[in-house]
Design a protein around this ligand. Structure first.
Ligand code: ADQ
Length: 723
């Protein structure tokens, strides 16, 4: 039976050790509770860190393994130093502040943290691959594991992989500060579906991908390395019915009215947060102070109850932050407090679910004012708990929840005066207005509850995966056996693409010239007697002549339009009529003039407009325009070819497949053949390969080739082995 493999940094329970006994304590936080429902359905496994088992005895270990196994939890153990580098250092010390736009908190010198982050991500990927069975869906969560989708994709090219980010994805201009930005993006883009809380974050991911790793954007989809990746908004929900029924439990109602009475104020204002610097506590306290300053009539009539949940207590940043908050609370209470009234009631601890529900019930005004927050579930929990349809939510417009909860009083948390004004408005809001707003808010929270959220994500993952091109499963099998045959063959022919196959791409085509090592290698192979080498390229005849004309190898230029056998002379396969290119020339000249960084490459039988160096959004717009113009105006003898950051116009019917047939002719059967290439035009070669030929795709992407290597270095190593 196909299963869902849920993967998160922490398992939904943490193992607590007590001698040889173990206890499983539920992990707190939005992610754990959101996915509990998916896991409860019974067809899933959950992979993650079980907490520190470093000092566990053998007996405790066995107990823990049993207890986790019964709950279908697969532990991935981490050493203390791994936790300190991967989790505290890189994930929470760098990615967390940066993704929340708090660049000044980002650790200055993460040292080895990145290397360990990568190692731990590798370990997660290896465990996923070892657990996975055909048909299983993989759902990876959050910023701790951003490399995992890509690492799993390498191991399991055909798997359905989803990734969900629970925190904001920042603007590309902020994201690009990270030294490892490309690697992180490539990791995320290993998924079929990438989910975020808001359409804005999803847009930022797509934009960063076009800016930084050359992905192409079309609607909600990216094309990256010939794969399609859907990037969309899936705002997370809560178990709204559970919160509502909990709020109506008699002990909750009792506790709420007891607290309300003992507070001895007209209005209770509530804040509930992990004590994290992203949650905006200092400015919230200042706003409350401003309220008391500007509207003294509210003194002794209102109290702020702030519940702060301990979090990441090992970290120095959090320690300093906690002291600042304590000091601020003390100062404000000292300034305004009276013998009968404490303005701010500050509690630094966790509370039980019923106590939390009672606080939600008792609060006339709920302050959710983070400086940035992926979503913020507290805002939704408050609404779900207000079964009386009263109470006012003051919500930061910089929380993801603001995209959905439009009927809240939205504030800019950086604007202390504005937030103070909103608190006053909330305190004075009429009952009918409260009810109108709260009814609408509850409607949203109940409609998009956690079930709807998970269902929508997993349905879309199925769809995205079904639409993804099937990658030939043979493409990842080892090459060695095939190469042995090639090495032993009495005669062999090597048909090799050039750019992307023998050399890496350069920003300008002229810069991708062959190095001496490559020329020496091709010469050695070409003079070996029993080996024929052919370069099959889209380059102009002039370029190939200049770079390789003196070598004893075959050359094929302009995607098969020109052929030169080893030691022979150039011949064209068809009559080019340069006149017919005139219309393309006009359109491309116009596009070049308006698009900085683009240029035209003129070959004998074709024209190519290159845009590798153009700013991606502009490039996408201009390329679309040019494509449209050309397809409307080209004569039937010419065809339009969309390559890697290049639009090319060439003779119809001339392609690298034809070149393969011409080069090998009738004599294919008596030779061992290797065909290697890296892009769409090389797929024509693979399709035209004679039976028994070794077809080799260089790099990622869907391919009809039977084998795959990572890049030009691997191809060269392979060729050296044939010498
Ligand atoms: P968090 O930053 O942890 O989550 P949030 O969404 O508010 O923030 O979730 C906090 C959870 O902890 C809530 O379910 C709340 O009820 C619970 N909680 C708060 N105080 C508590 C207390 N004193 N005792 C017990 N429980 C308490 C990250 C992102 C968010 C995103 C979630 C889910 O930062 O933006 O909404 O993941 O995707």
């Amino acid at each position: 039976m196909a299963r869902d493999l849920i993967v998160s940094n922490r398992l939904p329970v943490t193992v607590d050790l007590d001698g040889d006994d173990v206890e499983l304590r539920p992990s707190s936080g939005g992610l754990a509770s959101a996915l509990a429902g998916v896991h409860a359905r019974g067809e899933s496994l959950w992979l993650g860190w079980p907490g520190d088992l470093g000092r566990a005895s053998a007996a405790a270990r066995a107990h823990a393994a049993d207890a986790l196994h019964t709950r279908r939890l697969v532990p991935i153990e981490l050493s203390a130093s791994e936790v300190s580098r991967y989790y505290d250092g890189l994930a929470n010390g760098v990615l967390w502040p940066l993704f929340h736009y708090l660049t000044d908190v980002v650790r200055r010198d993460p040292g080895r943290d990145w290397a360990v982050y990568r190692e731990v991500n590798e370990r997660f990927a290896a465990q996923i691959a070892a657990t996975w069975r055909p048909g299983d869906r993989i759902w990876i969560h959050d910023y701790h594991l951003m490399l995992v989708p890509g690492l799993v994709r390498r191991r399991l090219p055909g798997a359905a992989i989803g990734f969900f980010l629970h925190i904001p994805f920042p603007a590309a201009e902020v994201f690009r500060i990270l030294p490892w930005r490309e690697e992180l993006l490539r990791g995320v883009l290993g998924a079929d579906l990438v989910g975020l809380h808001t359409a804005d974050y999803a847009h930022q991911v797509r934009y960063a991908a076009t800016q930084l790793v050359g992905a192409e954007e079309l609607g909600d989809e990216l094309t990256y390395e010939d794969r399609r990746v859907r990037v969309g908004a899936y705002p997370i929900g809560i178990d709204a019915h559970h919160h509502a029924s909990q709020a109506d439990a008699p002990e909750v109602i009792g506790q709420a009215s007891e607290w309300k009475a003992s507070a001895r104020v007209e209005r209770v204002v509530l804040g509930v947060d992990r004590l994290d610097y992203t949650k905006g506590l200092p400015r919230r306290l200042l706003s409350f102070e401003r309220l008391l300053e500007r509207w003294p009539a509210w003194r002794e009539r209102v109290q702020l109850v702030q519940l702060a949940v301990p979090t990441r207590e090992r970290s120095a940043e959090y320690d300093t932050f906690r002291r600042d908050v304590n000091e601020l609370v003390g100062r404000i209470n000292g300034r305004f407090g009276t013998p009968v009234w404490t303005p701010i009631q500050f509690m630094y601890r966790s509370v039980s679910a019923t106590e939390l529900a009672a606080l939600y019930r008792a609060a006339d005004v709920m302050l959710v004012t983070p400086l940035r927050d992926g979503m913020n579930l507290v805002a939704k929990e408050y609404c779900a708990s207000r079964t009386d349809e009263h109470g006012v939510l003051v919500l930061s417009e910089l929380a993801g929840a603001a995209a959905e909860l439009r009927e809240a009083l939205l504030v800019n948390p950086y604007d202390v005066d504005g937030t103070a004004g909103a608190i006053r408005r909330a305190l004075e809001m009429s009952a009918p207005e409260q009810q109108a707003r709260m009814t609408a808010l509850r409607g949203t929270v109940f409609r998009n509850d956690v079930r709807a959220w998970a269902g929508r994500f997993l349905d879309d993952l199925d769809a995205a995966h079904a639409a993804a091109p099937v990658i030939a499963s043979g493409a990842s099998t080892p090459l060695d056996a095939a190469l042995a045959v090639l090495r032993a063959a009495p005669r062999r022919a090597l048909l090799l693409d050039y750019d992307g196959t023998l050399v890496s791409f350069a920003s300008m085509p002229e810069l991708a010239f062959p190095d001496e090592e490559l020329r020496a290698l091709l010469r050695a192979l070409g003079t070996a007697g029993h080996t024929e080498v052919h370069l099959v390229s889209g380059r102009s005849r002039a370029s190939l002549d200049a770079w390789f004309g003196d070598l004893p190898i075959g050359l094929c230029a302009e995607h098969g339009y020109w052929l030169r056998p080893p030691g022979g002379v150039w011949e064209a396969v068809a009559d080019a009529s340069p006149d017919s290119l005139a219309v393309a020339q006009v359109a491309m000249t116009r596009a070049s003039a308006r698009t900085p960084g683009s240029f035209i490459e003129t070959k004998g039988s074709s024209l190519a407009w290159h845009y590798r160096m153009v700013e991606p959004r502009l490039a996408a717009r201009r390329a679309a325009e040019l494509r449209q113009q050309l397809s409307a105006s080209l004569p039937p003898s010419l065809a339009l070819l969309d390559g890697a950051k290049v639009i090319e116009v060439r003779m119809r019917g001339v392609d690298k497949g034809g070149a393969v047939r011409r080069i090998l002719g009738e004599g294919a059967a008596d030779r061992a053949v290797l065909i290697a290439g890296d892009d769409r035009t090389d797929e024509d070669m693979f399709a035209a390969a004679p039976p028994g030929a070794i077809t080799l795709r260089v790099g990622a992407g869907a391919s009809g080739a039977a084998y795959r290597v990572d890049g030009p270095d691997d191809v060269r190593a392979l060729l050296r082995g044939l010498r």
